[in-house]
Design a binder for this molecule. Sequence first.
Ligand SMILES: [Cu+2]
Length: 118
Amino acid sequence: MPALLALLLVLGCGASQTPETSATSDSEPSSNTSEAPETTDGRSPRYTTRGTVEEIREERRQIIVHHEAIPGYMPEMTMPFLVEDLSLLEGLATGQRIELTFSVEPGGRHVARAIRRL
Ligand SMILES: [Cu+2]
């Protein structure tokens, strides 16, 4: 059930694009050009939003966050973010309010880059 829920959440995300059918590595994850995203290294777009920690899945390097609307990118929703750096999870618990910075990687993966407790 949780796995299915997560899948549905991923599919419901604003930047959804099927990785398997769009395997061209240098194509943009979405054609949304209404608002230029903040970038730090000229590669992956980054966004910062606020939200609430819904679930922490350290063993899957995943955190489920209910985030606020991100103008020009995504509406308010609950969705998973990949956590490559597990130290970002230190001190976090379900229900914690956070400010989250994430990047959008090729294939539409959303990777947490910074998490600040509010
Ligand atoms: Cu989202």
